[in-house]
Design a protein around this ligand. Structure first.
Ligand code: ZN
Ligand code: ZN
Length: 359
């Protein structure tokens, strides 16, 4: 089974991380981490306990068959108890590290009461372990990006047109992704045309697309748990100024940022490449979000490419590059690719056309 060596490496990394934080065991409660450490694909109904000599997935009897098939770890059913009671038994004699940015206050207090001592509370426990993608993870993200490209080509071929509702376009994307074997959409697709394009996160609405709209489509397919993320802006007939010029400015900033990517570049400096370009075009104050983020088992992971980032790029990281400009009076747009940082620079994983396109 190919997943087993991958999981074994992760358990080793988790144990080393626990030691680094002053403990000798880990309790994972964040779903993406539960999946990452066990392979269980319904991780919202699971927890993982890793001690020096055991690694256990805790779940319930709804998943007896599924957990036996998927989990690389020993499985323990809660069997009439609560999951934290099962975890407390497994953690007896250990000094556990818990996820302070995820574990509920109630579970933390129950654990503390049982042990008569507080667990070690860590924030971003697995972030450094998940921030660089393995070759196998890169392959899954490459496949998710490929399916995302194909879904975009599919809606360009009919669903995206004046007279369609935004939600119709979102449904066409999702139906395509599911029919072609994707797990699901990475998030509710953002389809925002006309005045709604001024909203960076305009989830598809019942608004009918009109001729002259510049439509922002931001979406991604999930393949084998891994999330792609891409944004395109498509014109439904001629687009008025200044939006037409803004398109060129955003594309220029996006391409400049991609060209600058390489190991050793800080998240702050990557962000600044696009931000400076847009500022030079007089659009600095309209770029209201960060340049990009990592993706993986979650749609937003490290590293951050932003004015406040503490990250430095390394080969094997996979990030989005997504500058955008927005104005309530004019509208807006964003262009986003998924990009792998390589030893020599970068490789763009999104291949859908991104130049100005008028349908
Ligand atoms: Zn996106
Ligand atoms: Zn994104």
């Amino acid at each position: 089974m190919s997943a087993k060596p991958e999981i074994a490496e992760r358990l080793e990394a988790l144990r080393a991380r626990a030691t680094e934080l002053g403990g000798d065991a880990v309790l994972l409660s964040a779903p993406a981490d539960v999946r990452w450490a066990s392979g269980f694909t319904t991780p919202q109904d699971g927890k993982v306990v890793v001690t020096r000599d055991a690694a256990v997935l805790i779940t319930d009897s709804r998943y007896t068959v599924q957990s036996a098939q998927e989990s690389a770890l020993e499985v323990r059913m809660i069997a009439g108890r609560t999951w934290i009671e099962v975890a407390i038994d497994l953690l007896a004699g250990s000094t556990p590290v818990v996820q302070a940015d995820h574990l509920t206050w109630h579970a933390a207090r129950t654990l503390e009461d049982a042990r008569k001592a507080a667990p070690i509370a860590a924030v971003d426990l697995t972030r450094p372990l998940r921030i660089v993608k393995t070759v196998l993870e890169q392959e899954r993200l490459r496949e998710a990006a490929r399916l995302t490209d194909a879904a975009f080509a599919f809606v360009l071929d009919g669903a995206l047109r004046p007279g369609a509702r935004e939600v119709d376009v979102a449904l066409a994307l999702e139906r395509y992704v599911r029919e072609q074997g994707g797990d699901r959409m990475a998030f509710d697709a953002i389809i925002a045309g006309g005045p709604r394009s001024a909203m960076p996160h305009g989830i598809a609405s019942a608004r009918v697309l009109e001729r002259g709209d510049l439509v922002t489509l931001d979406f991604g397919a999930v393949v084998d748990g891994y999330h792609a993320d891409m944004t395109r802006a498509v014109a439904l007939g001629p687009v008025a100024e200044p939006l037409r010029s803004w398109f060129d400015a955003v594309l220029g900033a996006q391409e400049a940022a991609i060209a600058a990517l390489r190991p050793g570049l800080s998240g702050i400096d990557a962000d600044a490449v696009a931000r400076d370009r847009l500022a030079a075009a007089g659009l600095g104050d309209r770029f209201v979000h960060s340049l990009g983020h990592g993706t993986g088992l979650e749609i937003h992971e490290g590293p951050a490419l932003s004015v406040r980032s503490k990250d430095v790029l390394e080969a094997g990281m996979i990030v989005t590059i997504e500058p955008g400009v927005y104005d309530p009076e004019v509208g807006g747009l964003r262009i986003e690719d998924l990009v792998l940082v390589t030893d020599s620079g970068s490789e763009v994983l999104s291949h859908a056309p991104k130049g100005y396109l008028e349908l």
